[in-house]
Design a protein around this ligand. Sequence first.
Ligand code: GAL
Length: 365
Amino acid sequence: MKKFLLFVLALTIVFSAYTVAFAAKKIGISMPTQSLERWNRDGEYLKAQFDQAGYETQLTYSDNKNDQQVNDIDNMISWGADLLIVAAIDGDGLNTAMDRAAEAGIPVIAYDRLIGNDAVTYYISFDNYTVGVLQGKFIEAALGLKNADGKVFNIEFTAGDPADNNAGYFFRGGFDTLKPYIDSGVLKVISGQTAFQQVATAQWSTDTALARAQNILGSYYADGTILHAWLANNDSTAAGVTQALDSDYAGDNAVIVTGQDGDIANLANIVDGKQTMTVYKNVANEAVVTLEVSKALLNGEVKGEELVKSFPVECAYDTTSYFTSPGHYTPSFLLVPTVVTKDNLDYLVDTGLYVKGEDGYLKAK
Ligand code: GAL
């Protein structure tokens, strides 16, 4: 009997050790808001990737409220998260939550937007500066700025949320590309608003972008002055700009409008000729890369250079571009964005994530 009890005890010990060793690791996924289309896709893809790989997940959206995001992350830490994946609302607003994560020894992946705290273990995003460069170069080519032959073109700028670490990169990428033409007088910004803080849009809000665009059109273009291009750094702000052009622009030329993300409403505007391009970032691939980095991280070792070679998508491993505090560089995995216009909308269909309806508009699958 004693032997039997010992045997049962031994079995129980072995079984509990097995359960502990193989208990699913917990992944906390904190997204900023559901009010912008892309984050819904990010949340959905990330959760699906991790669930399918056998992890336990918790996904939250914080309604673009920093305090709520701090709270959501705190709850994930208390839940016993083994890894946090965070797309920050305010890159400088998460210090208390990040410090708690560091104290608890929980690694953090800054997803898409970098967080200004050294607790960040890895950064996974697209090459943000390049996004802006692609928008600037698109305008350069569309207006033929390289061979302007004495012609002068008018342009306005709309940037993103100053609390979002990406917004400055997008703006600088676009502005740096076009600055030589502004300096030489080929491009004019009639409103005079060329500083990031002047053109920024809190929370990337469509309504805020709309109100500012209406104001500019009313103040500087109501006399029939022609506007040739509006560089908007993403789709939610481009939506505000195109609405303002519809309602408040006196000219009848098609103004070139840029964007970013490939949101469904903006893709429809591209088909209709109201928006000219979007910089598409395949967030399903961003989720794949995030899963692969997370697996390596949870297994103890991330060999960045080797890892990127194994990815099914193009991705750079970068250790010198992004830092969380002076001198503290964050190893980063940067995917490659693509320009989408009316002419290559099928590129999106080919990703398998969109379908084209009989009406010619794209829908998410
Ligand atoms: C940025 C992101 C963009 C865009 C924007 C608004 O951080 O990289 O793709 O979605 O936020 O949500």
